[in-house]
Design a protein around this ligand. Structure first.
Ligand code: ATP
Length: 365
């Protein structure tokens, strides 16, 4: 049977464990040996106890648990050739030549570079006597499949990333909690929503919580947003709409058309000074990444994990690495490097404030 290594890397996200569980079980079902590589790339570089064979039992009771039970890390060593050389040595020691990387675009970029560099790493290991020559035949190429674990939903190619639905639930719970106290005191609340350059979470949460206003990076307000916000609220109250509270969601990366950051405290100041409201700020931060995985994320991650193993079984030395994506309701395989490049392009376009192009690129597969 083949040997598959699975690791989680970059920021954690709810549902990663469901993916790990599916990979272990589908892998074993197909006669493979599956290995946990703990603490992301750091565990791959360090080896030792970080690489452990998975058992059916060890992947029990984790489908619901948020975060990642096999640990995640950012790893500077893996960005260096010597780090990747050590990682390759450890994988070859265990006979692992199939990898499933669960992470964001950085982790998947790293995985793709590793795959392309693999033959030269193997040569160097042989030249330096770090692996024995008889191992080469079984280790001539490395297969990689990526899964996107990220609460931001900022990856091009997939409609949803693993974790984003659970994060939306967390935000919704927080907004519902804030609402009761906000309404009681006739207070406004401005919430900062984590999600880097991606407005998916504040947009989705704003719609489902009747937010008064939502600030997202991809669609900055035109003109003077301070005045527009005050006008909107004044009009609402003039039209007879009685509101005991206003909830305003501000994306972590919210900006105006000129690229200046819009922060919660800016919005609070406008409402306090101009609307004479009592307004509080709440930054949700890592609360969004915590707690159990939603049913949707468990199903999504399970389906993606199963497909990842099947993709590895189909891989040949010449097939490009793929990333498992959701397209509508279908699970599909997409070209890993293309998807990563588009995702990086979006970040570039955001920097250049080419917002229409960002929306177009995100929407296109
Ligand atoms: P998140 O979306 O949560 O930030 P991410 O996977 O994008 O997740 P990164 O910090 O960018 O997070 O990457 C995680 C790890 O992947 C890095 O710490 C590094 O070890 C590895 N990595 C990233 N980019 C590269 C690269 N170009 N070459 C080699 N390794 C890389």
């Amino acid at each position: 049977g083949q040997k598959i290594g699975v690791f989680t890397s970059g920021g954690d996200a709810q549902g990663m464990n469901a993916a790990v569980r599916a990979i272990v079980r589908v892998g074993m079902f197909l006669g493979c040996k599956v290995f946990y590589i703990k603490e992301g790339y750091q565990g791959m570089v360090d080896g030792g106890d970080n690489i452990q064979e998975a058992t059916w039992q060890s992947s029990s009771n984790i489908i619901n648990v948020g975060g990642t039970v096999i640990g995640s890390a950012r790893c500077m060593d893996f960005k260096e050739r010597w780090g990747r050389l050590k990682a390759a040595q450890n994988l070859i020691y265990w006979g692992i030549t199939n990898l499933i990387a669960i992470g964001g675009d950085g982790s998947l970029t790293g995985a793709n570079c590793f795959r392309l560099e693999w033959p030269s790493l193997v040569r160097e290991l042989v030249d330096k006597d770090m692996i024995s020559k008889d191992k080469i035949a079984q280790c001539s190429h490395l297969n990689i499949v990526g899964l996107v674990g990220s609460i931001d939903n900022d990856f091009c190619g997939t409609d949803m990333t693993i974790g984003v639905d659970s994060a939306l639930h967390r935000i919704q719970e927080a907004v519902d909690s804030i609402m009761t106290t906000a309404v009681s005191h006739k207070r406004g609340f401005v919430l900062e929503i984590m999600g880097r350059n991606c407005g998916y979470l504040p947009l989705a949460a704003g719609i489902s919580s009747e937010a008064t206003a939502i600030f997202i990076p991809e669609d900055p307000p035109v003109g003077d947003w301070r005045q527009a916000l005050c006008d909107q609220m004044t009009e609402k109250s003039k039209s007879g709409e009685v509101r005991r509270t206003h909830i305003i969601l501000v994306a972590e990366g919210a900006i105006d058309r000129e690229g200046n950051a819009i922060k919660c405290y800016d919005v609070q100041k406008v409402l306090t000074d101009q609307m004479k409201m009592d307004v509080r700020v709440t930054v949700l931060g890592h609360v969004q990444r915590g707690g159990n995985a939603s049913a949707f994320d468990r199903l999504l991650a399970t389906r993606m994990g199963a497909e990842a193993v099947l993709a590895l079984m189909d891989a040949t030395p010449t097939t490009p690495a793929c990333v498992i994506c959701l397209d509508g309701s279908d699970i599909v395989r997409r070209h890993l490097l293309n998807a990563v490049q588009k995702t990086k392009k979006v970040v570039e376009l955001m920097g250049e404030r080419r917002f229409e192009d960002v929306v177009q690129l995100r929407g296109r597969q």
